[in-house]
Design a protein around this ligand. Structure first.
Ligand code: HEC
Ligand code: HEC
Length: 351
C-alpha cells in the first residue's frame, strides 16, 4: 500500500471513529503499517460502497404500479391551484433534482425562505427538510401541495380535481389493489414510492473505490485524502451519500436559526441545518440552505475560513489553512461524485 492509500484509510477510520490520532502517527512511524493498512483499506472501501438495495418501508412497499402513479403525480402541474407548478418545478431532474435557484419560488411567484434541496437518494434520509421537521417521505409529500406559498392546493379540492380526470382512478386502482378511490394517503404513498426510486447512478468515484485506478484524476484522489484528513469534511459528510443525516451550525451568517426553532433549549441546534449529501453536487449550485454560496470554490473558501464564530458553531469548524492547490483538489474530488444518469423521459399525463 502506498502512503496516499495509508493516509486515506486512516483518515476514513478516524472519521468513522475507529482510530485515533495516535494510531495515525504510529501508522506512519511503524514499519508494520502495511499489514494493518490493508485491513483499513478494506474498511474504507466498504464505508463508501453503494448499497445494493433501496429501503422501502414495510407499510408502503415498492410496486411498479405505485411508483408509476407517483411519478405521474410528481410531474403533474395540476396538483397546484395554478395548474402551473408540480413537485418537479422545484425538484427538477435537470438541476440534479433541485431548481438552480437560491430560494424556491412558489405560487404566484412567492419566494420561499430556503433553497429547494435535492430529492436524490431521499430513500435513505433519516430526517427531511433543512431543519429535519419531517421523518418520512409519506409525511412530507402533502405539505408542499397544501402550502399556500407553494402549490396552494387544499387536499379536498385536489381529490375532487383528480377524481374528475378520467385517467386517474384506474391508475389508483392499479396501484392500490383494485381500489380506485383517491385519498390523501394514497397520493402521499405513491409520491413517496416514486421518490425512493430517484437515486444517483454510479459516479467515477464509485469506479475508483471499486479498484479502477484511473477512474478519477490524481487531483481528485488528493482531494479525497484531504476530505477525510486535513479538511475533516467527512466528520459530517460521511458514508456513500456523504451525509451523517445530522444537524450542524457551519457558521453561515444569515439569521435563520434552522433546527433551533424546534429545539430552542439546545445551544448547538441554533443555526443548525441538515448535512446535505454530496452526490451530483456540482450540478446543484447555488449551495446551502439560503443559496448564499454560488460555487464549490466559494464553499471550500467558507470552510477554509471556518465560518462565523458564535456559541452554536460546530466544534468541527475551524480555519483549515488550505493552499490553493488543496482547494482545487477538494473541488476536483467533489466533481468526481457526479454520475451520468440517463435523462429523465417525459411522462404522459392522464386526461
Ligand atoms: C415552490 C418550490 C417547491 C415545490 C413546488 C415543492 N418543493 Fe419540496 N422543497 C422545497 C423547499 C424550499 C424545501 C426545503 C424547505 C425547508 O427545509 O424548510 C423542500 C423540501 C423537500 C423535501 C425534503 C428533502 C430533504 O432532503 O430534506 C422533499 C422530499 C420534497 N421537498 C419533496 C417535494 C414533493 C414530493 C413535492 C410535490 C408534492 C414538492 N417537494 C414540491 C421547495 C418545493
Ligand atoms: C460540522 C459539519 C460539517 C463539516 C465539517 C463540513 N460540512 Fe459541509 N455541510 C454541512 C452542513 C450542515 C451543510 C448545510 C449548511 C447550511 O445550509 O446551513 C453543509 C453544506 C455543504 C455543501 C453544500 C451542499 C448543498 O447542497 O448546498 C457542500 C458542497 C459541502 N458542505 C462540502 C463540504 C466540504 C468540502 C467540507 C470540508 C472542507 C465540509 N463540507 C465540511 C456540514 C459540514
Amino acid at each position: 500500500m502506498n502512503s496516499l492509500e495509508t493516509r486515506l484509510a486512516i483518515g476514513l477510520l478516524m472519521a468513522l471513529g475507529f482510530a485515533s490520532t495516535d494510531l495515525l502517527s504510529q501508522a506512519f512511524a511503524e514499519p508494520g503499517v502495511s499489514d494493518r493498512g490493508a485491513d483499513h483499506v478494506v474498511v474504507l472501501k466498504a464505508a463508501y460502497k453503494r448499497p445494493t438495495s433501496v429501503p422501502f418501508p414495510e407499510d408502503n412497499p415498492y410496486t411498479e404500479a405505485k411508483a408509476k402513479l407517483g411519478q405521474i403525480l410528481y410531474f403533474d402541474p395540476r396538483l397546484s391551484r395554478s395548474n402551473m407548478q408540480s413537485c418537479a418545478s422545484c425538484h427538477n431532474p435537470s438541476f440534479a433534482w433541485g431548481d438552480g435557484l437560491p430560494r424556491g419560488v412558489g405560487d404566484n411567484m412567492h419566494e420561499l425562505g430556503r433553497r429547494s434541496p435535492t430529492i436524490l437518494n431521499a430513500a435513505w434520509a433519516e430526517a427531511l427538510m433543512w431543519d429535519g421537521r419531517f421523518d418520512t417521505l409519506e409525511e412530507q409529500a402533502l405539505g408542499p401541495i397544501e402550502a399556500a406559498v407553494e402549490m396552494n392546493m387544499p387536499l379536498d379540492d385536489l381529490i375532487k380535481k383528480l377524481s374528475q380526470i378520467e385517467g386517474y382512478p384506474p391508475l389508483f386502482a392499479a396501484a392500490f389493489g383494485g381500489d380506485a378511490e383517491i385519498t390523501e394517503d394514497k397520493i402521499a404513498m405513491a409520491i413517496a414510492t416514486y421518490e425512493r426510486t430517484v437515486i444517483s447512478g454510479e459516479a467515477p468515484f464509485d469506479r475508483w473505490i471499486k479498484g479502477e485506478r484511473r477512474a478519477i484524476s490524481s487531483s481528485a484522489q488528493r482531494g479525497f485524502a484531504l476530505f477525510n484528513g486535513k479538511a475533516r469534511c467527512s466528520a459530517c459528510h460521511s458514508g456513500w451519500r456523504f451525509t451523517d443525516d445530522s444537524f450542524h451550525d457551519i457558521g453561515l451568517p444569515d439569521d435563520d436559526i434552522g433546527r433551533g426553532a424546534d429545539f430552542p433549549e439546545i445551544l448547538k441546534m441554533q443555526h443548525a441545518f441538515k448535512t446535505p449529501g454530496l452526490r451530483n453536487i456540482d450540478q446543484r449550485a447555488p449551495f446551502m440552505h439560503d443559496g448564499s454560496l454560488a460555487t464549490l470554490e466559494a464553499v471550500v473558501d467558507h470552510y477554509d475560513e471556518g465560518g462565523k464564530r458564535r456559541p452554536s458553531l460546530s466544534d468541527e469548524m475551524h480555519p483549515l489553512g488550505l493552499t490553493d492547490q488543496e482547494k482545487r483538489d477538494l473541488v476536483a474530488f467533489m466533481e468526481s461524485l457526479t454520475s451520468d444518469d440517463e435523462p429523465v423521459t417525459y411522462v404522459q399525463l392522464p386526461r
